[in-house]
Design a binder for this molecule. Sequence first.
Ligand code: THU
Length: 160
Amino acid sequence: MKDIKIESTLTIYEDYNELPKNVALLMDQAIEIRLKAYAPYSKFLVGAAILLDNGEVITGNNQENASYPSGLCAERTAIYYAGANYPEAKIVMMALTAGSQKQPTTSPIPPCGACRQSISEYEVKQDLPIEIYFMGVSGKVVKSNSLANLLPLGFDRSFL
Ligand code: THU
């Protein structure tokens, strides 16, 4: 028997203004689409912007439903559109922002477990790490160099 230690390294930016220009531009698109989220039930708006290696930017936001589980997170709305329309393109970077309409959201909001699993599928498929930046509405921004950092012991195609 032995213990193993799993470590992830994340980069923390003090705020949006500290982001490299290209990342800030992608985050701008995530912010823009967050404001168009359809979230009448949770009042929690999420925006995702995805940069592809062909230069295209895909955006998505959360789409809720009166039948709650039928709704979909912003990350998956965006990434499935990217996968459907640009099946050959690789995902370079994702910018995520989330905010409640009920209270200020000043801490970085990470993607949920289901979204991590979905993003992981594309990272494995393209065999290239996806950089992920996530923030609230204001405050610190977290950068992960790859999805794998956010999902240790991930389940992937190699097990099938
Ligand atoms: N949500 C996302 O869009 N992405 C996440 O990673 C976490 C949660 C949405 C789903 C739901 O519409 C609302 O946020 C509250 O959970």
